[in-house]
Structures are given as structure tokens and as C-alpha cells.
Design a protein around this ligand. Structure first.
Ligand SMILES: C[S@@+](CC[C@H](N)C(=O)[O-])C[C@H]1O[C@@H](n2cnc3c(N)ncnc32)[C@H](O)[C@@H]1O
Length: 206
């Protein structure tokens, strides 16, 4: 299988592969993301619902550190940087797009498997935007993600209309809240003391 191509957002627009007005374009323009991954016909970029919820969490939590798992373009790391976070690590098995987009910001870009990445420390905020085929594995091993999380984590669970089973399974768990944002299902996890900040974001999504 060929590795992904790293292409400019403008190039995708010129070729009619992305609209000027798609949420991906608007987010990239606002955050300052120039490079995206194009792989087997799919464009990998920031998920709109996750971007909004992450931004609301960043402004409420004011975290000092964040880990961006399955970072792709690095858009969420750049957003966190814009919101004042200075200790940021991002992980993707193809890290070139993130390296280009995050150059000069002091973000640590790790090329590797996010499922097994273990930095041996916690981050105030964890964001995970995995491919859909990995979501089940992440849910089965939520403990691993919790061990990375200092305060709050947000995980993409899939398009809301396909995530019913995952939502039901997570619904009964302690310190987990599932929200819908722009058609996507997201799980919010928190450590004791951070419930109200999660709930204040969840209420906005109702
Ligand atoms: C939905 S995209 C993430 C998009 C990203 N949030 C952005 O802003 O561009 C999913 C990402 O997961 C990465 N990926 C897939 N399997 C992985 C794995 N086992 N470990 C790390 N990254 C992986 C892909 O390379 C892809 O960049």
C-alpha cells in the first residue's frame, strides 16, 4: 500500500476535491493548516464536531499540556497552541503533514502507533481522532487512555448514526459523557473535579 500524499489545501481546492466552503477548508484556513494527507482517495483533516468541542474544552480548562492522538494534519495541536497550550505532543503513524504544519511551534511530533504509545506521563487534556476501524479497540481499552489523561479526554466515536452500539456501551460507564456535535459522536471522560466543565460543554451540544 502506498503511503499518503501530503498535499496543500489550496491544491485540493484548485482541483475541485475540496470546496472553499467545506468545514475542513474553513477550519484549516482559520487555524493556519496548509498541508493535509490524501490517502486512497480520502482527505484526512480536522473533524468539525471534534474541533468545536475541543475548542470549548480548551477555553474552559485552560490546560497546560495536551496529547493529540491520531493527529493527522496536526490541526488540533495548532488549535491548542493558539489557545495558549505550550506542552503539546501529537502522534500519528504518518507524521509528515503534522511536521510541516507545526514547524517552529515547539510541538513534539511523534511518528508511531498511537495505540501503544506510552510516554510515561499524563497530559491535562487528551484528544483522540482515530480512524473508525480503531474505535472499538480504543473503547475496549479505555483504561489506557485514562492513564494518559490528567483532567479531561475527548474521543471521536464515529458518525452519530453509526455509533449507537458504542454509545450504549459507554453510556453506563462512570465519568463518561457522550455528546453529538455536527453529526459525530464524541465521548468525554473526566477525572474527579472536572465534571462540571464537561457538563457545561455537553449542555451546549444538546
Ligand atoms: C481522522 S484522521 C485524523 C485527522 C486529524 N485529527 C487532523 O486534524 O488532520 C485519522 C488519523 O489516524 C492515523 N492513524 C491510523 N492508524 C493509526 C495508528 N495505529 N496510530 C497512529 N495513527 C494512526 C491516520 O494516519 C490519520 O492521520
Amino acid at each position: 500500500m502506498d503511503p499518503p500524499r501530503i498535499v496543500r489545501v489550496d491544491w485540493l481546492i484548485e482541483r475541485g476535491m475540496l470546496s472553499e466552503f467545506s468545514p475542513t477548508t474553513l477550519l484549516c484556513r482559520r487555524i493556519g493548516i496548509k498541508w493535509l494527507m490524501l490517502w486512497e482517495g480520502f482527505i484526512y483533516g480536522p473533524t468539525p464536531g471534534l474541533a468545536e468541542v475541543l475548542d470549548l474544552l480548551l477555553t474552559r480548562l485552560k490546560p497546560k499540556s495536551m496529547i493529540d492522538l491520531y493527529c493527522g494534519s496536526g490541526a488540533f495541536s495548532k488549535l491548542a497552541f493558539m489557545r495558549g497550550v505550550r506542552e503539546i505532543v501529537c502522534v500519528d503513524r504518518f507524521a509528515e503533514a503534522a511536521r510541516r504544519n507545526l514547524r517552529g511551534l515547539g510541538v513534539e511530533v511523534v511518528e508511531g502507533d498511537a495505540l501503544s504509545y506510552s510516554p510515561g506521563r499524563v497530559y491535562d487534556l487528551v484528544v483522540a481522532d482515530p480512524p473508525e476501524e480503531l474505535v472499538e479497540r480504543i473503547i475496549k481499552d479505555l483504561g489506557r487512555l485514562r492513564r494518559l489523561m490528567g483532567k479531561i479526554a475527548v474521543i471521536w466515536l464515529g458518525p452519530y448514526h453509526r455509533a449507537g452500539g458504542r454509545i450504549r456501551r459507554l453510556g453506563g460507564r462512570r465519568m463518561v459523557r457522550v455528546v453529538e456535535a455536527w453529526g459525530d459522536a464524541l465521548a468525554l471522560l473526566w477525572k474527579p473535579g472536572y465534571r462540571e466543565r464537561v457538563e457545561s460543554v455537553a449542555r451546549l451540544m444538546e
